[in-house]
Design a protein around this ligand. Structure first.
Ligand SMILES: Nc1ncnc2c1ncn2[C@@H]1O[C@H](COP(=O)(O)OP(=O)(O)OP(=O)(O)O)[C@@H](O)[C@H]1O
Ligand SMILES: [Mg+2]
Length: 228
């Protein structure tokens, strides 16, 4: 069974009288273990697509299935629970809680599940070690660099051991060397844990690590490339 299955997906935003057709019939299948990038210019529909895959939003037509579960068939509560258990998110702007330390930020998704504090702390510390941040575990985000913040966000996305990590332009706020480091780190985690990664970028220089590349233009998939 495919991990992600999109069929004939359409997304239309309505702004008063205006309609913006952001996705125009997208079919996409992602198997477990893939490391896949969605590449396209600004406005091509990357965020719209990733929000659907991450079950943050619903399509206007077509179907979205994640791990066999049809997003449209779930109640709001079930959908939130499904997200918490199966999907990790990495955001462009990191979205860390400023008053919490790196460790506390990474603990959060497990605490939301009601796991015991000690288990949350142990798992979070383990994830921070994997992203090379053991020494900064007690720091708050305002004392960290952009690259360190994004590493915390990666650790947080992985702490629940999700099947799928969705990252919308995770390197957009980082300089090019740090961006390469972040993509290499995600790829290393894909290799070591088999976690499926789906990320978007408009920067072609970041694509040398990807196993599959989907090109999006005007809300349509207009190219695909499979790499080694
Ligand atoms: N909430 C919204 N309301 C109205 N229009 C929207 C909304 N979100 C996106 N759009 C429009 O839908 C189209 C696709 O936008 P989307 O954000 O998915 O593209 P993107 O590829 O992520 O762009 P960027 O690289 O700038 O982030 C664009 O024309 C955009 O203006
Ligand atoms: Mg976007």
């Amino acid at each position: 069974m495919a991990l992600v299955e999109l069929q004939g997906v359409e997304k239309v935003y309505r702004l008063g009288e205006t309609r913006v057709h952001a996705l125009r019939g997208v079919d996409l299948t992602v198997e477990a273990g893939e490391f896949l990038a969605i590449w396209g210019p600004s406005g091509s529909g990357k965020t719209s697509l990733l929000n659907l895959v991450g079950m943050i939003d619903e399509p206007d037509a077509g179907s979205v299935r994640i791990a066999g579960e049809n997003a449209a068939g779930l109640s709001e509560n079930r959908r939130a629970e499904f997200r918490n258990h199966r999907i990790g998110f990495i955001f462009q702007s990191f979205n860390l809680v400023p008053v919490l330390s790196a460790l506390e930020n990474v603990m959060l998704p497990l605490q939301l599940r009601g796991e015991p504090t000690r288990l949350c702390r142990d798992r979070a510390a383990q994830r921070l070690e994997e992203v090379g941040l053991t020494d900064t575990a007690r720091h708050r985000p305002d004392r960290m660099s952009g690259g360190q913040r994004q590493r915390v966000a990666i650790a947080r996305a992985l702490v629940t051991e999700p099947d799928l990590v969705v990252a919308d332009e995770p390197t957009a706020n980082l300089d090019s060397e740090t961006s390469h480091d972040i993509v290499r780190l995600m790829r290393a985690l894909n290799d070591s844990h088999g976690t499926t990664f789906l990320f978007s970028t408009h920067d072609p220089r970041l694509l040398d690590q990807v196993k599959r590349l989907i090109r999006l233009e005007d809300g349509r998939i207009c190219g695909e490339e499979v790499r080694g």
